[in-house]
Design a protein around this ligand. Structure first.
Ligand SMILES: Cc1cc2nc3c(=O)[nH]c(=O)nc-3n(C[C@H](O)[C@H](O)[C@H](O)COP(=O)(O)OP(=O)(O)OC[C@H]3O[C@@H](n4cnc5c(N)ncnc54)[C@H](O)[C@@H]3O)c2cc1C
Ligand SMILES: *[C@@H]1O[C@H](CO)[C@@H](O)[C@H](O)[C@H]1NC(C)=O
Ligand SMILES: *[C@@H]1O[C@H](CO)[C@@H](O)[C@H](O)[C@H]1NC(C)=O
Ligand SMILES: *[C@@H]1O[C@H](CO)[C@@H](O)[C@H](O)[C@H]1NC(C)=O
Ligand SMILES: *[C@@H]1O[C@H](CO)[C@@H](O)[C@H](O)[C@H]1NC(C)=O
Length: 509
């Protein structure tokens, strides 16, 4: 009897488990199939967790548009959307207007914020290709092709068009221009967490219009994102998924009936006909730089060039538990407007790493757990800090925003003495975790959408090779239009499973 082709999938995240699920359910036991996972759990960048009896997500959180999303379809099918046993991070508190407060304790009303939020939304709609007329002349004048420079030029054009505005009164040392810029920066900071580009000046402008969203609402999953992962894994026989099996080296193109040899950290190895690599772009970046590298022989340069060029950033979530004695409704959902880090006017006790965080919101209406998102350098700093340091800094920030002396015009508030206290912290650490080395990919200035297609190309490239499809690539960072998402990872897993199914003439369903 001829031996079965052996397929080893590296990584038990969304991409790897989708590929395994598809291969297993479509091939009628044609393959010997393994999923080897470096960590001690399945899910990868999906990690549903618990904090004071609330269900929270350390990684993937949202279904980004429900119409056409395979993740939504699965969630619906397994009845995971509504939740059942405990409150979860559904963010319905966002339905109420958040309070927007500028450093110094100045609450901003709609008339102050709206022109800037509309401007920002129009600019991003234009960049994403939804609104093509209004900003055309400006985009042609664009010097540096980053989203960051595009946005700042848009702000300049806005200011040019409303020079004759009266001076701002009643906001302490804030001038109109400084305040408008700070509000604009708050929206930029939200964009940093959406894209994981720590600096929007390194986020490519052209590629932004290639990114696709599904239509419909954005929702979270009541039973947790991990329920999707468990569903995908549930069809696989017990011994298919092997945990705690960190791959150290992938030898390929060997003269052997099984041309791929996968070496594990513990010195053991396994031979394979095909390997599907789903490790993050961050792990690949490290794997091609380190010596010895992850691949032997090293990946061809068209591959390593794409890996190096594409962007991969750090985004982290911070959950904070309010002191139990405090009524949660006393701390509203906050949008935070800060002076620039180089400003003389800034509050000395608010640390630099808090100043680029846009929001602090309860994870559901009336929750005692609050959430902030961090990106870039700030997200990395968060990983380093102790819980005590974080609690102290956030408390200082919030207290200062909510209780610093307001001036005469704004004096209807509760003035001094607002004391908010947090008692505990849960944070993600995606940047320093060696199995991830960051959060998700983006198109960096200098790369382009086509680099995602290059990422997805299997090796060896020679189609007449007697051992084709030795290394296949799946994962979030191999999808040209849905990169950075769970459904992008899902689609990539289906794609690579189908590539093998077609190779063996069992056409995928
Ligand atoms: C904070 C955060 C928020 C997010 N929010 C959203 C969101 O709201 N909506 C959304 O759609 N997406 C979101 N994402 C992105 C989404 O989580 C990812 O795009 C997706 O889960 C990636 O799946 P993957 O299979 O490509 O990679 P991974 O999940 O990274 O899977 C790869 C697996 O490979 C393993 N591995 C790595 N190195 C080795 C090795 N040497 N040997 C063996 N195994 C190894 C890893 O442990 C991991 O399990 C978020 C991500 C983060 C971090
Ligand atoms: C997943 O979340 C738990 C917290 O519940 C944490 O202990 C663990 O480190 C997380 N894993 C990763 C890889 O982030
Ligand atoms: C917002 O505040 C400004 C100045 O403080 C005031 O003139 C204006 O009437 C307020 N608008 C609303 C809608 O409250
Ligand atoms: C152009 O982009 C780079 C990052 O790629 C950035 O460092 C630089 O400041 C930008 N220049 C301008 C004028 O926006
Ligand atoms: C939140 O709590 C307050 C006071 O405890 C209550 O009046 C309000 O109805 C609650 N809102 C919701 C949505 O539960």
């Amino acid at each position: 009897m001829a031996k079965k082709p052996r397929i080893v999938i590296i990584g038990a995240g969304m991409a790897g488990l989708t590929a395994a699920n598809k291969l297993y359910t479509s091939s009628n036991d044609l393959f010997e199939l393994f999923v080897v996972e470096g960590g001690t759990r399945i899910g990868g960048r999906i990690n549903t967790s618990e904090f004071y009896s609330d269900r929270v997500e350390m990684g993937a959180t949202w279904i980004h548009g429900i119409k056409g999303s395979p993740v939504h379809q699965i969630a619906q099918q397994i009845n995971a959307l509504q939740g059942s046993d405990k409150p979860w991070e559904c963010m319905d508190g966002l339905l109420d207007e958040p309070k927007t407060i500028a450093e110094g304790g100045f609450e901003l009303n709609g008339s102050m914020i709206e022109p800037i939020s509309t401007l920002f939304k129009n600019l991003m709609d234009f960049a994403q290709g939804n609104e093509a007329s209004k900003w055309c002349s400006m985009s042609r004048r664009l010097g540096n092709k980053s989203i960051g420079s595009f946005l700042r030029k848009g702000l300049d054009v806005f200011w040019d068009s409303c020079k004759d505005h009266e001076e701002l009164k009643g906001y302490g040392k804030w001038s109109r221009e400084l305040l408008e810029e700070a509000i604009f920066a708050m929206y930029e900071n939200t964009q940093r967490t959406y894209t994981s580009a720590g600096d929007l000046f390194s986020l490519d402008y052209e590629a932004e219009s290639e990114y696709r969203m599904f239509p419909g609402e954005e929702i979270t999953i009541g039973n947790g994102y991990s329920s999707i992962i468990e569903y995908l894994a549930s069809v696989l026989p017990r011994d298919v998924i092997q945990l705690d099996r960190k791959v150290a080296k992938i030898e390929w193109d060997r003269c052997d009936s099984r041309p791929v040899k996968i070496h594990f950290l513990d010195g053991s190895f396994v031979l394979a006909d095909h390997v599907i690599v789903t490790v993050s772009l961050g792990v690949l970046k490290a794997g091609i730089c380190n010596d010895p590298g992850l691949f032997s022989p090293p990946l061809p340069s068209f591959k390593t060039d794409a890996i190096s060029r594409l962007g991969y950033g750090v985004v982290n979530k911070l959950f904070l538990r309010l002191n139990g004695n405090r009524k949660p409704e006393e701390l509203p959902s906050l949008q935070m407007v800060f002076h620039r880090s180089d400003s003389e006017l800034r509050h000395k006790k608010i640390p630099w790493w808090m100043r680029r965080t846009a929001t602090l919101s309860p994870i559901y209406n009336n929750a005692s757990v609050f959430l902030s998102w961090f990106a870039g350098k700030e997200a990395l700093e968060l990983e380093r800090l102790s819980n005590e340091e974080i609690i102290k800094a956030v408390t200082t920030t919030v207290s200062s925003l909510l209780s610093e002396p307001h001036n005469e015009i704004m004096s209807d508030s509760n003035s001094n003495g607002f004391e908010v206290s947090f008692v505990d912290v849960l944070k993600s650490k995606w940047g320093s975790d060696p199995l991830f080395l960051g959060s998700y990919s983006y198109v960096a200035v200098g790369s382009c959408g086509a680099d995602f297609d290059t990422m997805a190309e299997p090796l060896p490239t020679d189609v007449y090779h007697h051992h084709p499809l030795q290394i296949l690539f799946a994962g979030e960072a191999t999808h040209r239009t849905h990169y950075s998402t769970t459904h992008g990872a899902y689609f990539s897993g289906i794609r690579e499973a189908n590539r093998l199914l077609q190779h063996y003439h069992c056409v995928g369903v």
